[in-house]
Design a protein around this ligand. Sequence first.
Ligand code: DCP
Ligand code: CA
Length: 651
Amino acid sequence: MSSPHIRESSPVMENENPKSRFTYKHLCQLASFSPSSPLRVIAHIDLDAFYAQCEMVRLNIPENQPLAVQQWQSLIAVNYPAREFGVSRHCTVADAKKLCPYLVTQHVATWREGDDKWAYRKDAAANIASDKVSLDPYRLQSRKILQLIKESLPSHLQRVEKASIDEVFCDLSAQVHSILLERFPELTRPPPHGDLAERLPRPPVVALDWMADALVDLDEDAESQDPDWDDVAILIGSEIIRAVRTRIREKLRYTCSAGIANNKLLSKLGSAHKKPNQQTVIRSRAIQHFLSDLKITKIRNFGGKLGDNVTSAFGVETVRELLPTTLDQMKSKLGDETGTWVYSTIRGVDHSEVSSRTQIKSMLSAKSFRPAIRTVEQATPWLRIFAADISARLDEEDSRRRPKTMNLHHRHGGQTKSRQAAIPQGKALDAQLLFDLARTLLNQILSEGNVWPCMNLSLSVGSFEDSGVGNMGISGFLLKGEEAQALKSGAKDPGSPVVSDRPAAKRRRLDGAGQGGTGGIHRFLVKQSTTNDKSMSLAADNTKGHEDEDSDSGLHKGSEWQSEAGDAPSESLKCSRCGASFDCPEGFQSHQDWHLAKDLQDEERGQATAAAHPPPSARPKRPNGPTSSSKNGGRGGKIEHGQQKLTFGGS
Ligand code: DCP
Ligand code: CA
């Protein structure tokens, strides 16, 4: 029996190669999503020009109209028609309009002091001092898309992991297993002698119809081989994903690209291979061919210091150049673990699991001030907004999950002071409670003196009750040393605030801004916000749309402080990692945020691999090893619960 897409173009020669390379055990493993099955099928779906598409759908703009999403004077998303004119994310609005005079530039929605809801405002770009970016519209769309993906797959056979605001991994293995048994009844027979190590019969096909999906060419030595079950499995995965993408297109009007392969590493590379609106299939026999020409720094976890270390240690740029390096050579230059990990990764090996775990581990709301704020009256309304923001998200969480600790970070000059407190248990966890606690923490920090001007305030809650060991969450892993320790033991040690005065340049920044908001914020702000100081200066919003799973953490690269938004002369705003230049500090800051979010995302994906091959970036320092590491812990996360009650489109 064959599927409509599998042709029996000629009979398989019985004696030639009667057995598959795969065993009954491999097939069984497929049903249980086992990462050790060589037949597993993983897809990565990535929305094309996501924020730009959100605006096009919202405003009903024709698909061929060039459009970019603007944040202050920077562009943060550019649709594909605009890219044809050379418009890119690194352009300023003015430069982009020179390249493409008919470019539509839609500013992101913003919160504004005194208003109780975010809105799309014509004058937002001119109001960087009083507005705060809201990414709620994009989170809401992201939720809808994720929901639709889940609905499109059989509930008992799916594993779907939200990897960022516009990326999703799907482990299709169990579904593919079930389809395989349906289409090929010979697979339902027990193995000869009941031995699972027996090899399967070969598939009764010699040619597969890939339905015009981008298909990576086979490795040279694999071209003559007939398809085996891994090819059939991946073809079925490709059919499933094509149907999912069509559904997203038809129901929600979004295009996305996808990669289908036998692991997350490859599927993610696959989705980026051909864009927009395409899907790329990387069969196992095509992996070598696919990876060879790739730049090492394009591979997950190789974007930062690790990539730099590897390329400089071996004087190479592409995977092909690195392949002849022996395992021993890698180990001697990079250390045993890192060497082993790099060795297998460049060969496309990745056993990490697709995790549908969706628990938030921390929530963070923050704001950077340009110009800096100078009084407690200016700071207090922001604590109120943070508290309301976090509270609204908590409301959407499983009520049994409750954070145990709160942290407030305050940045003044080159120093960040942090205080932590246990959140009182047994009381309603509402905005008022969070605000009161935050204010107490602020007062503790202020009582030390020498705290103004303040460049950034950041409030976070963490240590959710049922998070286990190693589940410390983003705050925990951004903080180090005594702070992280305190966060871990926060509940045991209530009322022992932690102060950290380490120079900011040596810290990882925690200044992000989560937005969100429901009636909770509304009520809280309307009722309480009487201290609005009209002179309050709010400025460069450090939040970017790099939403992580918890959607609450605005995460920022903290290793280099010299180009901090608002402080550095514009000519110095050059990204040390990718060379992109910026003519405004906010654009630069956004870009740094993006790098960090991507790093975290990449590292997070590497976490699951860690059991078998710990990604080097998650390990402590080692000679020659990556140094941008020690970020740890995951970002599980319920998806944008805080946005559920918002109406898309704003007021
Ligand atoms: N984003 C941002 N700032 C950045 C990078 C991204 O705000 N520096 C936001 C806007 C993007 C969204 O995140 O629309 C998703 O980022 P991607 O890197 O996936 O880029 P796009 O979806 O825009 O484009 P592509 O089609 O290349 O995936
Ligand atoms: Ca995208």
